[in-house]
Each structure stands twice: as C-alpha cells, then as structure tokens.
Design a protein around this ligand. Structure first.
Ligand SMILES: *Cc1c(COP(=O)(O)O)cnc(C)c1O
Length: 277
C-alpha cells in the first residue's frame, strides 16, 4: 500500500523540494532507496509516520529516518490525545524554528528555559501547542504503550490467522509485511475482489452488527488533489486497491471473542458465495 520507490526518481522535477513517504498502516516505505534519492537530488525527506508510532525499518523507528517525521495522536491512532501530534526533527538547524512557529512566532520556549530574559516575536507562527489536559491524556497512554501494543498485536495476529483460510482460497487478500519492517498493528484490513463485493460485504456485516469502514479516496481524484497535485505515470493500483480495501475493527478494548466473531461473519459471507457459484 506504500509508494513504489522505483517510480519516484522519474517524478522528480526542478521544483521538487521533498519526498513525503507515507507509512501506511504503520508499515514502512523502502527508506534506504528513498533516502538515497533524496541525497542524490538534494531533497528533504518528511516521513508521514502518523500511523507509525513504535514501528521500525531495519531497526530504526519510523519518523526518525528522514529529516523530519510526523506522528499523529488523533483519536483514530494507536495512542491518542483527541487531536494532536508530534514532529521529530533530525536536522538541528530546524529545531529552534519549529519551537518558534508552534509558540505563535515567539521565542517563549527559550524564555521558559531561562536562556533569555524576555521573549519576543521572531517569525511567522500560530498556536500549535496542545493543552495540558490533552497532554495528560496522552501521557498515561505513553506510559502504557507496551501493554497497548501487545493487545493490538494479539488481535492483529488473530485476524490474520483466522482469515488465512479465505486468503488461501483466493477470496481475499491479507496485509503483507516486508522483511526488515516491524509494524505496530495500527490497522487490520482485507481486500475484496472489487468494489461491488466490498459493498455487499459491508452490508452483510452491518446486519451482523459489525461496523466496518473503507477509507482513503485517492488524493488525485479529490478536488484539491486535482488542483495542487498530479498523478505521475499510470494509475494501475491506486484507485483499484482503494476500492477493494476494507478496515476491520481495531482498538485497544477489542476482545478476542469479538475478533473471532467478526472473522466468522466474514467467512460466512464468502462460503455462502462459494455455494452459490
Ligand atoms: C491521521 C493521519 C494524518 C493526519 O494526522 P492529524 O493528527 O490529524 O494531523 C496524516 N497522515 C496519515 C497517514 C494519517 O493516518
């Protein structure tokens, strides 16, 4: 589901400034190749590690490999503060500027550390600081992140095992994790044959009280994507995979019995189909 690192070079133009790899479902992009290209063309690498907290690529934590990395603590992520996130900066020259931008354009962070005796306005900025209430909510989860991750991984593995029969019979595709990548059970998805089958499956599961969702309409098909971006090359996979993908329930409180029930329902759907054909 990630960017094809072999197609990046051809898409670089004189105006290109950065490569922004998105680590979909907390599974790393091919960072060696991406960093090599960035080096060759003098580009920044900004990792969208919004879904990638605790994941790694060849032993390196996602978000720490490029010049910048971004984590999200939105309510849909592994750990959450409602709304919020973190930026990781590998290039020392940008640390101070980032502090200023998030502090409304002031050097107040320096003032609080006692490095200057009064603070003032230095640059453009806005109010990007999370409130202490939100931060406290996140803090408790950071302290329990191993427990949270273990629970998610247990459910992820159970989904994978329970549904492998359907994958072997070629009814669905399951996620695959490349060598060198450690993922974080951010999401569990399956891929149906096509859009029509996915719609039928969603309706079927709804009747069984299982709420499943699809997501991510390809950016190049959105109004802003059309205006600001372009699709380089041929759209062989992006739209097609987007139409097949279905996310199954995945959250800390999800019980083993619930995962089993969901898998039973999905199997029922496909085995009913099998009988008909
Ligand atoms: C959630 C998410 C974002 C946005 O994160 P915010 O905290 O809402 O800014 C960006 N990229 C990916 C891949 C995400 O999953």
């Amino acid at each position: 589901m990630n960017i094809d690192e072999n197609l990046i070079e051809d898409a670089i133009t004189d105006r290109t400034r950065a490569i922004v790899p998105v680590h979909y479902a907390g599974v790393s992009c091919e960072m060696d190749k991406i960093c090599e290209l960035a080096e060759k063309y003098g580009l920044y690498v900004i990792e969208d590690a919004a879904q990638g907290i605790t994941s790694s690529y060849k032993g390196k934590a996602l978000g720490t490999i490029g010049d910048f990395g971004c984590y999200s603590f939105h309510e849909t992520k592994n750990i959450s503060m409602g709304e919020g996130g973190a930026i990781l900066i590998n290039t020392s020259e940008f640390g101070e500027r980032a502090e200023i931008i998030r502090e409304k354009g002031t050097n107040r962070s320096k003032f609080f550390r006692g490095e200057i005796d009064k603070y003032t306005w230095m640059d453009a900025g806005s109010s990007y600081l999370p409130s202490e209430l939100n931060a406290a909510y996140l803090w408790a989860q950071l302290n329990n992140i191993e427990k949270i991750q273990q629970q998610r991984m247990k459910n992820w593995t159970l989904y994978f095992t329970e549904l492998s029969e359907l994958a072997e019979k070629r009814f669905i595709d399951l996620p695959s994790i490349p060598e060198g990548c450690v993922h974080n059970a951010h999401m569990f998805y399956i891929k149906s044959k096509d859009l029509k089958e996915r719609t039928e499956l969603i309706d079927f599961l709804k009747k069984e009280n299982v709420h499943v969702v699809f997501h991510y309409v390809p950016l190049h098909s959105s109004p802003a994507g059309n205006r600001y971006g372009r699709f380089h090359g041929r759209d062989i996979y992006t739209s097609k995979e987007s139409e097949r993908l279905l996310r199954l329930p995945m959250y800390y409180g999800l019980e083993t019995s619930e995962v089993k029930y969901i898998c039973e329902c999905i199997k029922k759907f496909y085995f009913m189909k099998e009988k008909i054909y």
